[in-house]
Design a protein around this ligand. Structure first.
Ligand SMILES: NC(=O)c1ccc[n+]([C@@H]2O[C@H](COP(=O)([O-])OP(=O)(O)OC[C@H]3O[C@@H](n4cnc5c(N)ncnc54)[C@H](O)[C@@H]3O)[C@@H](O)[C@H]2O)c1
Length: 437
């Protein structure tokens, strides 16, 4: 609807005076057409989406979908009590995707389901909002980008910093050259995690359809330290903390560094230096990615990532964050905290505080679905570029060698063992295995 159209609509509906007393944002939301959505995966993050979406006037949560009956019932109850209308509650995502009324899906499953579910949804004609990291391996990221192109549908990745005004301002200042040319960016994940312990194979909870939870992954037995949310520390299902909290700040580092492609050389040292538990991914990592020549000066660029998830203290003032080292100054940004911009000899030039804005990220996606906004803030390529850094660092750590990567073919070169980790194995003939893997 055009701006004039909107004003006429408000007047015609007798809402002109009321709109003056509402906040501008609320008035805008009330007048927008409703986007019909389904939320797939209603666990920890999925419930954040459910709560925010159910509270919006411009969204109808028509479906909630989870393979755990308890989580499904909780999500359904929440939507019904907020909107006074019960959503359809289903455990098989295919029921959501088959419904022609559903325009968009929000996918907040474990990482191993992100690309399979997103590709199925795009091919079913749905717009997709998928949690970060957008894929479980590099190959899946490329297949998702192909599916976006083939379907003509939109895909937003759940890196909400991209829609957060305070972060957008920091990145604008960096990209407009306020700290000179940025040749090196660094992001870090420095926090204190808990051990996941050691467990034996056991029976899955009665409420969980574990076979559907596994989906296209070759079956492995259930164990108690897979849930809730602990799957992220296992090779088959997650990407470690670099792909969990790390990818938010890696994504910001990519953004401010202004890179639009992949790095060519990668080193990453790390391993389990601290935890003695079942966790498979490293608790300690130091990665350096080198990008080919680009920008005005045609220089190479470097992105560094540091992770120590056994740190009872912050780094550079922030638990998680990113720093941009320019030729005239530097900017340091804390995840969901704010930033400080320094000039020569560390003179503080500007600073701002502010939290990550999930609602703004939803709004950007929903506005694009309706055609009210043209540009997604975190499209598939942005998500694929930052997820690829996660995967490359993890591959380099696993094989214990420096990697050479071909940014065009997205293949690790001259290293067969590392090249094999660009993709994964799927369950033979499973309906959700992405086409072309
Ligand atoms: N953007 C953010 O700030 C943010 C924060 C936390 C988590 N996340 C992301 O959200 C995702 C979920 O993380 P979480 O901590 O909520 O995990 P979780 O384990 O609490 O939730 C995942 C849910 O998905 C369900 N599920 C699994 N397979 C399914 C399937 N085939 N169909 C439907 N439901 C299925 C599970 O039963 C569970 O309820 C992860 O990818 C994570 O990286 C993002």
């Amino acid at each position: 609807m055009s701006t004039t159209g909107r004003r006429t609509f408000l007047k015609g509906a007798g809402l002109g005076a009321a709109a003056l007393t509402l906040g501008a944002g609320a008035a805008r939301a009330a007048e927008k057409e409703r986007v019909v959505v389904g939320v797939i995966g209603t666990g920890g993050m999925g419930m954040h989406h459910v709560r925010q979406l159910a509270a919006r006037k411009d969204v109808e949560v028509a479906y909630v979908c989870d393979v755990d009956q308890k989580r499904l019932a909780d999500a359904s109850k929440h939507v019904e009590s907020t909107t006074k209308k019960a959503p359809k509650a289903v455990k098989d995502m295919r029921q959501v995707l088959e419904d022609r009324n559903v325009q968009a899906v929000f996918i907040a499953t474990p990482d191993h389901w992100h690309a399979p579910a997103a590709i199925l949804a795009l091919d079913a004609g749905k717009h997709v909002y998928v949690e970060k990291p957008c894929c479980h391996n590099i190959r899946e990221g490329l297949l998702m980008a192909d599916a976006v192109q083939r379907s003509g549908k939109l895909l937003q990745v759940g890196t909400q910093s991209r829609s957060t005004a305070v972060v957008q301002e920091a990145m604008r200042r960096v990209l407009e050259g306020e700290i000179g040319e940025v040749l090196v960016a660094k992001s870090w994940n420095s926090q204190l995690r808990r051990s996941i312990g050691k467990t034996k194979v056991s029976k899955p909870p009665a409420t969980l359809d574990f076979d559907l939870w596994l989906g296209p992954v070759p079956p492995v037995p259930y164990r108690a330290n897979l849930l809730p949310g602990i799957w992220r520390w296992w090779y088959d299902f997650g990407c470690g903390d670099i792909g969990n909290d790390g990818v938010h700040d890696i994504d910001v580092a990519c953004w401010g560094l202004g890179v639009t492609g992949h790095p060519e050389r990668i080193v990453c040292l790390g391993g389990k230096y601290f935890f003695d538990d079942d966790q498979q991914w490293p608790d300690t990592q130091y990665a350096v990615f080198e990008y080919p020549e680009s920008g005005k000066s045609k220089q190479k660029r470097q992105l560094i990532f540091e992770q120590r998830i056994w740190s009872p203290y912050v780094q550079e003032g922030y638990e998680n964050g990113a720093a941009f080292y320019g030729t005239k100054g530097m900017l340091i940004i804390g995840h969901s905290v704010g930033w400080k911009l320094y000039g020569l000899r560390n003179k503080l030039i500007a600073e701002k505080t502010g939290k990550a804005d999930l609602v703004a990220h939803h709004t950007n996606f929903l506005d694009c679905v309706r055609g009210d906004q043209k540009k997604l803030n975190a499209d598939v390529m942005a998500g694929h570029l930052s997820a690829t850094l996660v995967h490359l660092a993890n591959i380099a750590t696993r094989v214990g060698r420096a990697l050479r990567f071909d940014p065009k073919t997205e293949q690790v070169v001259e290293d067969t063992e590392a090249a094999a980790l660009v993709r994964r194995k799927y369950r033979e003939g499973h309906w959700a295995t992405p086409k072309g893997v």
